[in-house]
Design a protein around this ligand. Structure first.
Ligand code: FUB
Length: 331
C-alpha cells in the first residue's frame, strides 16, 4: 500500500473514504462549510494482537476533508508526528478536534514515557493543520479516546475513556494502579469520563469525573451488561436540544447511544446505532452537514479483517419522530 496522496477517488457511502492509507477512529466536524475528518492512521505493519491493544502502533496523524457529493476526498497529509510530541512515547490513538477562539485544537491520546495513556492537545490556525503540540499532556488527563464538544453557549467538554488497553480500569482509585482489573459481573460498570475545558481549551476547568450510563428505570449498568455498558470511543452531539452520548460497547462490538438533558450526564441508554462491523473495534462520530446527519465509522474490510488495519467509511443517519436514532447496518 502506497502512502502517496491519492486523487480522483470517488466518495461512496459505506466504502472506504481513502484506500492509499489505513484510517480508523474518525472524528468528523464541519469547519468552514466542509467536513473535516480526524482519524487515527493505522500502520501497514503486522503486529500480534492482544487485549492491551499493542497492535495499534500509530506514529502520526493525517487529516481528511470532503463534501457530500464530491468526487474526491482530500488527504491533507501528516499534521502531527510522534517525534514532535515532547511527552509521548508511542501509540497515537483516536483523536478529535475543536474550534474556538479563532484556533483549531487537536486532541489525541498517547502513552507517556512511563507507558501511561494521557491526552494531549496541539494547536493550529487551520482545520487541516499543521498542529503544534503543547510541551506536556493535559494535567489530570488519562486513558484514551477524547471527544470534544463545544456547546451552543461556547462551553466545551471533553469525553474520554476506554477499558483494557485504554487503561480506564487503572484509575478507579484516582491514581494509576497498574494491577487494577476492570469491574466484572454484578459490579457497577465504569462510566464515561467528562471534563469541562478551560476557556483557552488547553486544560480542564475542574477535575474530570465519571458520568454513569443508566437504564430507563435510572439504574446504573453493571459490568456484565456488555451490550449497554460503556467500553470506549465516546462521542457527543446535540439534537433538538438533547445531549446524545454515543460509544462502543467493546466486547459486544456495538455502537450505542444514551441521552441526557445535561452535557455532564448521567445518560439514559436508548439503543444501538451500528451493528458490529468486520474487525474487533468499532468507533465513530456523528455530524450534521447541510441539513442531514452522517455517521462516520470504520471497519477492517479493506485489509480483509486485519484488526489494526482499518478504513473510515460513512453512512447517513436518520432519527425517528421521538428523537431515537435508526439503526445503521454496515454493508
Ligand atoms: O485505534 C486504537 C483504539 O482502537 C481506539 O483508541 C479505540 O477506540 C479503538 O478503536
Amino acid at each position: 500500500m502506497s502512502e502517496q496522496k491519492e486523487t480522483g477517488l470517488k466518495i461512496t457511502m459505506n466504502k472506504p473514504l481513502v484506500e492509499h492509507i489505513y484510517t480508523a477512529d474518525p472524528s468528523a466536524h464541519v469547519f468552514n462549510g466542509r467536513i473535516y475528518i480526524y482519524p487515527s492512521h493505522d500502520q501497514d505493519i503486522d503486529f500480534p494482537s492482544d487485549d492491551e491493544g499493542n497492535q495499534y502502533q500509530m506514529k502520526d496523524y493525517h487529516v481528511l476533508s470532503m463534501g457530500i457529493g464530491d468526487t474526491e476526498v482530500t488527504d491533507h497529509g501528516v499534521v502531527l508526528s510522534l517525534e514532535d510530541i515532547p511527552w509521548a512515547s508511542k501509540q497515537l490513538w483516536a483523536p478529535d478536534a475543536a474550534f474556538k477562539n479563532g484556533k483549531y485544537y487537536f486532541y489525541f491520546p498517547a502513552r507517556d514515557k512511563e507507558g501511561i495513556f494521557r491526552i494531549g492537545v496541539a494547536v493550529g490556525d487551520r482545520p487541516e493543520g499543521p498542529f503544534i503540540p503543547q510541551e506536556s499532556f493535559i494535567p489530570g488527563s488519562y486513558s484514551i479516546d477524547p471527544a470534544v464538544f463545544v456547546d451552543d453557549d461556547g462551553r466545551a467538554y471533553m469525553y474520554f475513556g476506554g477499558l483494557w488497553g485504554g487503561q480506564l480500569q487503572n484509575w478507579q482509585t484516582g491514581t494509576f494502579d497498574k494491577t487494577a482489573q476492570p469491574p466484572a459481573g454484578d459490579e457497577l460498570a465504569l462510566g464515561v469520563v467528562v471534563a469541562e475545558l478551560s476557556d483557552d481549551m488547553l486544560t480542564f476547568k475542574a477535575p474530570a469525573s465519571e458520568s454513569k450510563i443508566l437504564d430507563d428505570t435510572g439504574r446504573a449498568y453493571s459490568a456484565k451488561e456488555e451490550g449497554q455498558r460503556f467500553f470506549e470511543g465516546p462521542w457527543m452531539h446535540k439534537y433538538n436540544g438533547l445531549y446524545y452520548l454515543s460509544y462502543s460497547t467493546g466486547t459486544t462490538h456495538y455502537l450505542v447511544y444514551a441521552t441526557s438533558e445535561s452535557p455532564m450526564g448521567p445518560f439514559t441508554y436508548r439503543g444501538r446505532i451500528l451493528e458490529p462491523v468486520l474487525g474487533w473495534t468499532t468507533h465513530h462520530s456523528i455530524v450534521e452537514f447541510e441539513g442531514k446527519w452522517y455517521l462516520f465509522y470504520h471497519d477492517a474490510s479493506l485489509s480483509g479483517g486485519v484488526d489494526c488495519k482499518r478504513s473510515v467509511k460513512y453512512a447517513e443517519l436518520t432519527y425517528a419522530e421521538d428523537g431515537s436514532i435508526h439503526l445503521v447496518k454496515p454493508e
